[in-house]
Design a binder for this molecule. Structure first.
Ligand code: GDG
Length: 735
């Protein structure tokens, strides 16, 4: 039976060894909860690090640990102290974390970290391979494991693999600084589905894939040889019910049942009923903007001194990654800032900031959420930020104001919150005032929308949506293009070919027989191709046509001495058996003088693009431009040309990184059908890679074998992955 395998750096179970004994406690974090529906019973397995290094694990306990984990549906990856140092504290948290959160100056590019990251990712991949079968579904989580999808794909080519990134994916300008950027992208592209919290992260990722790997991207699909990788955004939700129910229980609990923490909070509220409590909860991390928030709070108190003694800021900073020097410095900075601000502004009755550097039990977290009038969260960069969502979920009477940084992923879904730029103190001071004085009705109106959305799109829905998208990909229920030329089909084609009495072949050149080159003139045929074409050309009862959009001069130089039949400029010219090219179609060229200046102005404004002038058409090539910019300009040019040509008999063809303007009555479809009518062929074959070849696929009769190169939408019956496969296919025709 196929199963689901979840992989994350840490397992959702905490192991504790004390007095030689072992306890395994399930964690209650958001991810573990969200995965409940995915990670259920015997049909799923969660693989990760147990939290204990090999050095900390007594050998005698190994089996006991494995058994304890098994009870929770988990299996461990064994890591040494050195692994954790280089992989977790090193590459993950000193290279990727700062870089992906736009702290370029904190990012350390250490070869040793990278090597350990690779080795540890391999350990995770090996554990997956050892525990999985081909039909399983694998879901890999987060930035610590970005190479795992590709490593698993190598050994399990047909397994369905999903990846979700919990942190931001930075813009190309930031990501490109990473020395191992291509390897990271290639690692991720081992997946079938890659998920991000927001559309912006998705957009940044696609832009890096296009620019650094030069892959074709269409909407949110990446085309990689024979695979299509889907990229999408799935904003993570929370376990809404858990927070809501805890808040209701908290509200209904009797005085005696309240926690000590709540009693202190209540005493404080009773002694100063007009004082507003402002809450912030974060891991102590520089990305969370804690120091800036403290400075902004001081700024607010100085700008609006009437709120002194009327507000209190509660900062809960949860210890995190304290082995990393940057975090130690941050801790020192925050300790000092709190000390200075409290020292300068406190009065006998009032301390402006209550600062807790610790992790609190869940119960106290609820105490804080339900007791605070305002939640003030100011990350400088945050993948999502679940605290913002949790605060809203606990507001049973719908009061409370959320002030949220627009740099958090959650801000995209929480428009009804007061959104701020954490670097703008003026705006924050005014927003704090606005929050303190916000009428109750307005608070309720805003929170009603927020709660409805959070309740609906909770963490379980998030996990199910991701798995649903992954399964849909696996089942191939997506609209797909054509049938792959499998070994069986290849054998059939080869048999049909041998049996045929008269064969006609149409072979496109660029992107089909030969790969693309930055300079089209340099994409000349190699010896292997000449040999292949010679053999096909000299076969009995076989008519071979090269059919291309190229100009006749180039093909004259490359192929005329070989006496191949050729149709060029999409069907304007024809040459047979080594004769000079002749006009196949009567075409007009008066329009060219009108169009040329337009194309020239696009060349001037689009670095890397150029014009190719043919006898009866003109092409604007943009393969060598910045991909986004080139695409934008192509759209613009299309609009300009369409309005210019009006009713003239000319049309614009969108090829592969080229736009071509030519007479409407000329295309490869029309040309190929003309040749077909000249004799009685019983095996007709056409192969090509781009838009212009679709005319052939459309117009040739149904009995023709039509093949598209690359995975794109097509009218062709079959597809092959790349030019290498084209040559392999053609070789099968030569006995
Ligand atoms: C990463 C991304 C993304 C905090 N203090 C205590 C405590 N917490 C809990 C909160 C919340 C969680 O920790 C923090 O989640 P965040 O989302 O705010 O932040 P990160 O830890 O940085 O998480 C982030 C997330 O992954 C998910 O994809 O949203 O952007 O950085 O659930 O409640 N829980 C308890 N005591 C505490 O003292 N019990």
């Amino acid at each position: 039976m196929s199963k689901t395998i979840i992989i994350s750096n840490r397992l959702p179970v905490q192991l504790q060894i004390s007095d030689g004994g072992l306890t395994a406690i399930p964690s209650v974090g958001g991810l573990a909860t969200g995965m409940k529906s995915v990670h259920s019973g015997g049909e799923s397995l969660w693989i990760g690090w147990s939290g204990l290094t090999d050095e900390e694990t007594p050998e005698a306990l190994e089996t006991e640990i494995d058994n304890a984990l098994k009870k929770h549906g988990c299996a461990k990856v064994k890591l040494t102290e050195k692994d954790i140092e280089g992989f977790y504290f090193g590459f993950s948290n000193r290279t990727v974390w700062p870089l992906f959160h736009y702290f370029l100056e904190y990012s350390e590019f250490e070869l040793d970290f990278w090597n350990t990251y690779k080795a540890v990712n391999q350990k995770f991949a090996d554990a997956i391979i050892a525990q999985s079968d081909e039909g399983d579904t694998i879901w890999v989580h987060d930035y610590q494991l970005m190479l795992v999808p590709q490593m698993v794909r190598e050994k399990r080519p047909n397994t369905s693999i999903g990846f979700f990134l919990h942190i931001p994916f930075p813009s190309y300008e930031i990501f490109r600084t990473l020395p191992w950027r291509e390897e990271i992208l290639e690692g991720l592209l081992g997946s079938d589905l890659i998920g991000f919290h927001t559309y912006d992260y998705e957009r940044h990722f696609l832009s890096s894939v296009r620019r650094l790997l030069g892959l074709d991207v269409s909407f949110n699909d990446i085309y990689l040889d024979h695979r299509v990788i889907k990229v999408d955004s799935f904003p993570m939700g929370i376990d809404y019910k858990k927070f809501k129910d805890a808040a209701i229980a908290h509200q209904q609990s009797t005085k005696e049942k309240r926690s000590d923490f709540q009693i202190k909070l209540d005493d404080h509220k009773a002694s100063a009923p007009d004082t507003k409590l402002i809450l912030s909860i974060d891991r102590l991390d520089y990305s969370k903007g804690i120091a800036k928030r403290l400075n902004a709070f001081e700024y607010f108190l100085n700008k609006y001194p009437e709120y002194k003694e009327k507000v209190r800021l509660i900062i809960l900073a949860v210890p995190s990654r304290s082995n990393v020097p940057q975090y130690q410095l941050l801790k020192k900075e925050i300790d000092e800032l709190v000390g200075r601000i409290n020292g300068e502004l406190s009065t006998v009755n009032w301390t402006p900031i209550w600062y807790f550097y610790r992790s609190l039990p869940f119960e106290n977290l609820i105490d804080l959420y339900t007791s605070s009038d305002i939640a003030w969260l100011t990350p400088l960069r945050d993948g999502m930020n679940l605290v913002a969502k949790e605060y809203i979920a606990t507001r049973t009477d719908k009061t409370g104001v959320l002030i949220l940084s627009e740099m958090a992923g959650s801000a995209y879904e929480m428009n009804e919150a007061l959104l701020i730029n954490p670097n703008n103190f003026e705006q924050q001071a005014d927003t704090l005032k606005n929050a303190i004085t916000m009428p109750r009705e307005e608070q309720i109106a805003r929170n009603m929308f927020l709660q409805n959305r959070l309740e609906r799109y909770n963490v379980e829905v998030w996990a199910n949506e991701f798995m649903g998208a992954l399964n849909r990909k696996k089942e191939g229920s997506e609209p797909f293009v054509s049938q792959k030329v499998s070994d069986v089909i290849l054998n059939q084609l080869s048999t049909d070919y041998s049996k045929a009495k008269k064969r006609l072949l149409f072979l496109d050149y660029d992107g089909t027989l030969a790969g693309f080159h930055k300079d089209p003139q340099k994409a000349s045929p190699d010896e292997e191709l000449y040999t292949l074409l010679d053999k096909l050309h000299h076969q009995e009862n076989t008519t071979l046509f090269l059919i291309s959009g190229r100009d006749k001069q180039t093909f004259t130089k490359w192929f005329l001495p070989k006496k191949y039949n050729m149709i060029v400029e999409h069907g304007v010219w024809i040459s047979r058996d080594g004769e000079e090219f002749k006009l196949l179609e009567k075409v007009k060229d008066e329009w060219m003088g009108k169009i040329k200046p337009v194309l020239e102005s696009f060349v001037d404004r689009t670095p890397g693009s150029f014009i190719e002038e043919k006898n009866y058409s003109m092409a604007w090539h943009y393969r060598n431009t910045d991909p986004d910019f080139g695409q934008k300009r192509a759209t613009e040019l299309n609009t300009v040309l369409t309005s210019l040509i009006g009713n003239d008999d000319i049309s614009v063809l969108n090829g592969n990184k080229v736009m071509e303007v030519k007479s409407s009555n000329v295309n490869k479809g029309r040309a190929s059908v003309r040749i077909l009518g000249e004799d009685d062929y019983d095996f007709v074959f056409a192969i090509g890679d781009d838009w212009t070849d679709e005319f052939m696929f459309q117009e040739l009769p149904d009995s023709a074998v039509t093949v598209k190169v690359g995975l794109k939408k097509t009218q062709a019956k079959y597809y092959v992955e790349n030019t290498k496969r084209v040559r392999e296919l053609l070789k099968r025709f030569i006995k």
